[in-house]
Design a protein around this ligand. Sequence first.
Ligand SMILES: *Cc1c(COP(=O)(O)O)cnc(C)c1O
Length: 403
Amino acid sequence: MAPSSINSPLYPSFARVPLHFERGEGVRVWTNEGDEYLDFAAGIAVNALGHCHPKLIEALTEQAQTLWHVSNLFESPQQEKLARRLCENTFADRVFFTNSGTESMECAFKTARRYHYENGAPERVNIITFSGAFHGRSLAAITAGGNEKYMTGFGPATGGFVHLPFGDHEALKAAVDETTAAILIEPIQGEGGIRTVPHQCLRGLREMCDEHGILLIYDEVQCGAARTGKFFAHQWIEGAEPDIMAVAKGIGGGFPMGACLASEKVGTAMGPGTHGTTYGGNPLAMAVGNAVLDVVLEDGFMQSVQDKGIIFKQKLAALADSYPDLIEGVRGDGLIQGFKCRATNLDVVAAFREQNLLSVPAGDNVVRLMPPLIVSEDELSEAVDKMDAALSAMSSANLAKAG
Ligand SMILES: *Cc1c(COP(=O)(O)O)cnc(C)c1O
């Protein structure tokens, strides 16, 4: 098959795998050639309820027959409803709806700065971020992420971000000063390789922010929306609530939707005219977002994610033990798991794909495994069998090479 970038009118900015998926249902997708795959990529943790969930189809088609768009010039009972539910289940009191994770982050950056501006500290503009972070692909977001690979060729980094090594407490203490507006962190780094921030570190960040009068921002775009078996990953930890949180991906279940959540005192700093969006919070998105919450907030749903996460992790750990030459270990919580590889992660992803299992590469030589949250135990076992077959094939190929 020819690489899809040749003879394509599309920007060649994605290194696309030459597979063309036509249809999906639950945790499975089918190509135009009729080949079936188990989808443990889930659109990079987007398809939280799998493909074509009946409740999402119903919500979207019903809304599509009623009202698509009126703009934020008018009241939105659909936004109010979803925002109220998000607030009832988190630290937040105020919500701004967006269309993507990047836009949720942008709103978070602006909110942090504006909060200090409104509170007589306009010099507090800098946001501290950490290596391995990923916050999106706008000019501000690539600067926040600090990954050179994403910044090369795009001119000067935007001002206002201070980038520190992950886990370096001394560097952090030294970096906080009177220009600091906020500290930004993913409670579990997704793109960076499923790196969980230790619980005491998030608590420490909270204390530090309180001590200096600065804001704590979480990026839960990837690790949130019930992926760890709590609504948001930081909710496993007491005393570590943020002031601002960006969400997207799973919260829309496949509809492009995100949100920036904030506490009362922080969110209300964004008065009339301070920010805007044409599509953010559009009725179609809100209908789907509310339907996602109907399922995710149902009694027992989070518990089922926790239970399946434990089973999945045990199976992955056993597999890692069987192939120590290829897999170094397992990382993650709930249904956001990763293999830290000894083999090249891209080769492992390709080997899984050969067994009709989709996964996602990440930084730090990790393979991400993020099935839809509705995955069954049988489907987890099926995926693990495919991984076993793939690793076994890689292992014998390695032996043959060595022999
Ligand atoms: C995907 C992601 C983003 C960016 O979201 P987009 O919807 O692609 O703009 C930001 N932060 C994290 C942690 C992500 O995983």
